[in-house]
Ligand binder design. Structure first.
Ligand SMILES: N[C@@H](CCC(=O)N[C@@H](CS)C(=O)NCC(=O)O)C(=O)O
Length: 183
């Protein structure tokens, strides 16, 4: 069975990585059965480095039945498309898909990052400390300063969703022609 490694809280069984959700949605869309392995934040780096011979340290990671390991959510999706061609994840081809990927990374992720600190209570106690220390070092701000005020967060979100809203005035879907319930 396909194994999917995600970030969460082993004690509560909650997992909460937006990048891992991309893989979960792709697997569910293609109806591929998988075993979910939740890693606490403290475990992610060491475990993934070991699995990838030091090449990668983030989740999601997928291990297929043949033992092959894939990481980076977009590359995992491309590999899933190769191994399980239907239903298609990229009905308009990889060029379009890569455009959306680049758009989301450049515009949506910076906004989304400001929401992530709200997930702090979901981590276990040790991970909360690791999360705060690592993110504050990387943002060079306290988490609270990084999140900022809700008004500026809303304006930033509106700005990045405006192009999508404009496109969706002309049709119901950006890709494909239907929506599939995954729950
Ligand atoms: N570009 C990567 C990003 C993956 C990523 O940022 N993963 C985060 C969770 S959302 C992670 O593994 N964090 C662990 C850590 O910071 O130690 C992808 O698309 O898979």
């Amino acid at each position: 069975m396909v194994r999917l490694f995600v970030l969460g809280n082993k004690e509560t069984g909650l997992h909460f990585s937006p990048f891992a959700w991309r893989t979960i949605i792709a697997l569910s869309y293609k109806e591929i059965a998988y075993d979910l392995e939740i890693l606490n934040l403290s475990e992610v780096g060491p475990k993934i480095m070991k699995m990838t011979d030091g090449k990668w340290k983030l989740i999601p990671v997928v291990q297929f039945d043949d033992g092959k390991i894939f990481y980076e959510s977009f590359d995992i999706a491309v590999e899933l498309e190769k191994r399980y061609p239907t239903p298609q994840l990229f009905p308009n081809g990889l060029t379009n898909a890569k455009f959306y990927e680049a758009y989301f990374i450049a515009h949506l992720i910076p906004v989304f990052k400001r929401v992530i600190p709200n997930m702090l209570p979901a981590f276990n106690e040790e991970d909360r400390v690791i999360f705060r220390e690592s993110r504050e070092a990387s943002f060079k701000k306290t988490l609270e300063e990084f999140v900022g005020d809700i008004g500026s967060l809303k304006s930033a979100a509106d700005l990045c969703f405006d192009p999508l809203r404009a496109a969706l005035k002309h049709g119901a879907y950006l890709e494909g022609d239907h929506c599939k319930s995954l729950v």
